[in-house]
Write a protein that binds this ligand. Structure first.
Ligand SMILES: Cc1ncc(COP(=O)(O)O)c(C=O)c1O
Length: 318
């Protein structure tokens, strides 16, 4: 139930990211009384009554990994925003009440977010001057987490302080949509070494977790520290840590210094709490692992390990 509620909220909040939110989901959101809906392109929304909309736009100008409205499927180019708000006003049943932006993800430096805030605030001034009553500013998510031990995640208190200084006195309610920075460091993926394989050129540690359990390394070269649950004092080895799936993209780490482990040893793949289990799949007919909640010295299963029956449940007509 909690997950369902969260998904409903996120789907609406992330319309900028979701792009093609189906009309059923939009209707559900309206019925649930969500505060605003974000518009990621023109108006694909169906509204039964007057609704507040935010326009999600990409301020652009940031480093290449950030979203840019004109060349990216996300958001609306900043140059188009004012026309869209005018159109919303002309439709009669929409109220353009806020501005929303999300410049990208895994930002270890909040400088680009602050630059975006300046652009958003300037845009809000222009929209207000054109008669739009703008009450909300939504700055999206994107704050990074420390995937590598040398990384330093932005300090949230300092970030909020800077943000407050910029918006103070402007009569704007501020929303943020942090995802990874809340959940990323809270999760680890536990995996067991199945066997070791040595070729004339390389060493492989084959573990029982695979790309279907954590796809970040295969999908976008995501880095996760891989630490042994028990230290054995032996020098580290250089190896690829790979899963058992028949795909050369099935790896958790490549050319990595890891503990000299033997079959049966356990590793924790760190910082797997965001874009981890939610991106897990049943690819290669692999059942997804259980989810365990650890609180202090207590733990409990909050999602059962999938079984073969779970995998074939929806199949029919043979
Ligand atoms: C519109 C929007 N808000 C928030 C987020 C969450 O981002 P993060 O997990 O990097 O904080 C995303 C993710 O892509 C997004 O598209």
């Amino acid at each position: 139930m909690l997950r369902k509620l969260a998904v409903a909220t996120i789907a609406v909040g992330l319309a900028g990211g979701a792009l093609g939110l189906g009309t059923a989901a939009q209707a559900q959101a309206v019925k649930a009384g969500v505060l605003t809906c974000n518009v990621a392109s023109g108006f694909g929304f169906i509204f039964g009554s007057s609704r507040a909309v935010n326009c999600t736009f990409a301020p652009g100008g940031g480093p290449p990994q950030h979203y840019a409205g004109a060349i990216n499927k996300f958001g609306v180019d900043i140059g188009e925003v004012e026309a869209i708000y005018d159109r919303a006003r002309s439709l009669g049943n929409l109220v353009a009440s806020g501005v929303s932006c999300h410049i990208g993800s895994q930002l270890l430096d909040t400088g680009p977010v602050m630059e975006a805030v300046d652009k958003v605030l300037a845009l809000i001034e222009r929209l207000r001057a054109a008669g739009h009553v703008i009450r909300y500013v939504d700055l999206g998510g994107g704050l990074g987490v420390a995937y590598k031990s040398a990384d330093a995640a932005p300090e949230i208190r300092a970030f909020i302080g800077k943000l407050k200084n910029k918006v103070q006195g402007r009569e704007l309610a501020v929303m943020v949509e942090p995802g990874r920075s809340i959940a990323g460091a809270a999760g680890v993926l536990l995996t067991r070494v199945l066997y070791r394989k040595r070729t004339p050129k390389k060493e492989f540690l084959i573990v029982d977790a695979a790309m279907n359990d954590l796809i970040r390394p295969a999908l976008y070269q995501g880095h996760h520290e891989i630490v042994p649950l028990r230290k054995n004092g032996r020098p580290a080895i250089l190896a690829d840590v790979v899963g058992p799936v028949c795909e050369s993209g099935d790896f958790l780490a490549r050319d990595r210094e890891v503990a000299d482990a033997a079959p049966g040893d356990l590793f924790a793949v760190s910082t797997a709490g965001a874009y981890g289990f939610v991106l897990a799949s049943n690819y290669n007919s692999r059942s997804r692992p259980p989810e365990i909640l650890v609180s202090g010295d207590q733990w409990r299963t909050i999602r059962a390990r999938e079984t073969f029956e779970d995998l074939i449940r929806g199949e029919q007509g043979f």
